[in-house]
Design a protein around this ligand. Structure first.
Ligand code: ADP
Ligand code: MG
Length: 271
């Protein structure tokens, strides 16, 4: 059984680090919230960059996604508001590093997040203002944390950096998604691939865009996220780039991506 009708659960996954997963989680989440969605970002990376980037400092993280993974707390209990109206975050802590070993022997180890999402959806569905999107931010690895997010999600959004080895990593990710689909989550779909950190002055980047479009066809979003210094500055202020500098090219690109994501959702739902 998938998640309840009103809630869309999307995982941002790529086993490579530094490709823009966290940046996309924060800023796509913010953009979705800005256009009226109610969004929860679930930070499943022990590094906790999404939590920090949303202004949740480490000392204040008394409960976290670790407690959810070990079954001590529900998502609603660990979720916190951010400075963006309608955007919430379930923060992570370094405790997550040990979780894989802690639950390795448990039968439901790959389903912890799926169960948590089900309870979360049940608890919020009936309210006047239910959540409409959950975004998972994953660690740069195809480990049990990422598998939990893949099992709990309706679809995968793949941030791909415009660099030479982009396609190589993509094949590996696609085969993992396929394995999860076959063994654990038959409903899992690929929402799309978003090209990140695009620099038009770099000929190679332009070639990578063409190659990825050839390989993935219309799975690639029209929106391309440019390399933009404002995007990289924003997290140190504990803010999404949309709050830091709404007018910059990076903010505008994430707003465009959000409307594209919503359009695709409508099409997926109609299908
Ligand atoms: P991941 O979560 O995949 O490891 P991040 O989102 O943390 O990747 O991005 C890696 C680094 O690149 C961060 O320092 C981030 O601020 C920077 N970055 C991400 N996207 C952009 C962009 N479009 N322009 C400039 N810097 C970016
Ligand atoms: Mg990250």
């Amino acid at each position: 059984m998938g998640t309840p009708a009103n809630l869309r659960v999307i995982v941002l996954a790529n086993q490579k680090g530094g490709v823009g997963k966290t940046t996309t989680a924060i800023n796509l989440g913010t953009a979705l919230a800005a256009i009226g969605e109610k969004v929860l970002i679930i930070d499943l990376d022990p590094q906790g960059n999404a939590s920090t980037g949303l202004g949740i400092d480490r000392q204040s993280r008394k409960v976290s996604t670790y407690d959810v993974m070990v079954g001590e707390k529900g998502l609603l209990e660990v979720s916190r508001p951010t400075s963006v109206p309608r955007l919430f975050v379930a923060p992570s802590t370094l405790d997550l590093l040990g979780v894989e070993l802690e639950i390795a022997a448990d039968k439901d180890r790959a389903h912890r997040m799926k169960n948590a999402i089900r309870d979360f959806a049940l608890a919020t569905e009936g309210t006047d203002d239910p959540f409409t999107y959950v975004l998972f931010d994953c660690p740069p690895s195809l480990n049990l944390l990422t598998v939990n997010a893949l099992v709990a999600s309706d679809s995968v959004l793949v941030p791909l950096q415009c660099e030479f080895f982009a396609l190589e990593g993509l094949s590996q990710l696609l085969s993992t998604i396929d394995q999860v689909k076959r063994a654990l989550n038959p409903e899992l779909a690929i929402h799309g691939v978003v090209l990140t950190m695009f620099d038009p002055r770099n000929n190679l980047a332009t070639q990578v865009v063409a190659d990825v479009r050839k390989f993935m066809g219309d799975k690639v979003y029209d929106t391309i996220i440019p390399r933009n210094v404002r995007i990289s500055e924003a997290p140190s202020h504990g803010k999404p780039v949309l709050l830091y500098d709404l007018k910059c090219a990076g903010s505008q690109a994430y707003l465009k991506l959000a409307s594209e994501v919503i359009q695709r959702e409508r099409r997926l739902r109609a299908a």
